[in-house]
Write a protein that binds this ligand. Structure first.
Ligand code: NAP
Ligand code: MG
Length: 402
């Protein structure tokens, strides 16, 4: 059969075990079927170091140019990695660099399979968490106070005008924190969320604590409301989806009672905590995809997990590991499907659907990697190595496309 042709996407290679899987996925599941057309960036730590991390910036810029990218997991260096790789510097996380360039929001969605039951009985469809990844407590300034005194909040405008308020008159030691966010960032967050809801035809929920935080959280609520009413209301009505805002306490209760199948947008801290809760309740990090969506319509797909270092060391020692490639496969199918959508390339979109279906059908037939076998409910599962699992997916894919 003739290979499917496609327009260019950005390919970002990565580190350790996921780099090994990346190659197998391309060789076994993509290249035999698709004439892969990618602009390749090697974000492996060694090459980032060689280029003084310029390659991460170039890759982010390329995502803007081609609108679609797919990224392998990468090491975020810490002190131990600086030593291990003899790095010139403790380079920043490539994800952070790319996010800053695309000004995007990260959406995380679990991949559901029938043998892994969500911990919440009534969840039937995935819940996607959109986390605002800018500011708030992650960029806060904090003091530990050890003696009595007065804490004030002071803003000096560029024109010299001052706004001042007493936070607290301390009669003893205590703690103090100053944090901020920006209208521009909240607006980008809102537009990314509205676009992603339209893109995936799912309802959008947004929650904050605006009853208590009457300026800070209230501003998030009002900015979302204004952008929705002015730019998205009609589009949502046409698509038959809804936007609704509710207090975070109410949102938490509704999420637990829901069937799933919607996007839940959260402020930075809420999204950090809730995404771990939701992903754990759905099963496993190895079954979670992640896509960075920019407000002006660029998409970068990846797995939500890291480079699976422990498995990599076992791989280096000669062991055939049973590392789950599903989230990385779905990062590729996400990117290929998006490329197909943007170009009206139906064959490419069909291929993405087929590969996802093939992957899930192997798991549902009882053959899977170790992480899934440990959670499996139902028939006795067969545990495969990554290579065996990918080979089984290849066979299923060939059968579907025959
Ligand atoms: P990790 O790579 O996600 O792995 C943590 C553990 O989760 C693994 O040891 C494994 O558990 C399990 N796991 C994760 N993915 C799996 C998969 N596909 N198949 C089977 N099991 C899987 O997190 P980490 O060990 O904390 O971080 C490793 C490196 O990844 C770090 O250098 C970090 O900077 C980087 N990282 C990158 C990204 C990214 O690029 N987006 C995200 C997070 C972390 P068992 O060992 O019990 O089998
Ligand atoms: Mg977290």
């Amino acid at each position: 059969m003739e290979k499917i042709k496609m327009n260019k996407i950005v390919e970002m290679d990565g580190d350790e075990m996921t780099r090994i899987l990346w190659k197998s996925i391309k060789d076994e599941l993509l290249s035999p079927f698709v004439e892969l057309n990618t602009e390749y960036y090697d974000l492996g730590l060694k090459h980032r170091d060689e280029t003084n991390d310029q390659v991460s910036i170039d890759a982010g810029e390329a995502c803007k140019k081609y609108h679609v990218g797919v990224k392998c997991a990468t090491i975020t260096p810490n002190a131990q990695r600086v030593e291990e790789y003899q790095l010139k510097e403790m380079w920043k996380s490539p994800n952070g660099t790319i996010r800053a360039i695309l000004d995007g929001t990260v959406f995380r969605t679990p991949i559901l399979v029938s043998g892994v039951k969500p911990a919440v009985r009534n969840w039937e469809a995935p819940i996607t968490i959109a986390r605002h990844a800018y500011g708030d407590v992650y960029k806060a300034t904090e003091f530990r106070l050890t003696k009595p005194g007065k804490a004030e909040l002071l803003f000096t405008a560029e024109d010299g005008e001052e706004q001042r308020a007493t936070i607290y008159d301390f009669e003893c030691g205590g703690v103090l924190q100053g944090m901020y966010n920006k209208d521009t960032s909240i607006k980008s967050f809102a537009r990314s969320c509205f676009n992603f809801a339209l893109d995936t035809k799912q309802d959008l929920w947004f929650s904050t604590k605006d009853t208590i935080s009457k300026q800070y959280d209230q501003t998030f609520k009002l900015i979302f409301e204004e952008i929705y009413n002015n730019e998205y209301k009609e589009k949502f009505e046409q698509a038959g989806i809804t936007y609704f805002y509710t207090l975070i306490d109410d949102a938490v209760a509704r999420v637990i009672r829901s069937k799933g199948g919607y996007i839940w947008a959260c402020k930075n801290y809420d999204g950090d905590v809730m995404s771990d809760m939701v992903s754990t309740a759905f099963g496993s990090l190895a079954m979670m995809t992640s896509v960075l969506v920019s407000p002006d319509g660029n998409f970068e797909y990846e797995a939500a997990h890291g480079t699976v270092t422990k498995h990599y060391y076992r791989h280096l020692a000669g062991e055939k590991t049973s590392t789950n490639p599903i989230a990385t496969i779905f990062a590729w199918t996400g990117a290929l499907r998006k490329r197909g959508e943007l170009d009206g390339n139906a064959a490419l979109m069909q291929f993405a659907d087929d590969l996802e279906q093939a992957s899930l059908s192997v798991i549902e037939s009882g053959r899977m990697t170790r992480d899934l076998a440990l959670m499996w409910q139902g028939c006795e599962p067969t545990t495969l190595t990554s290579d065996e699992f990918i080979a089984a997916i290849r066979a299923a894919l060939e059968a579907i496309r025959a």
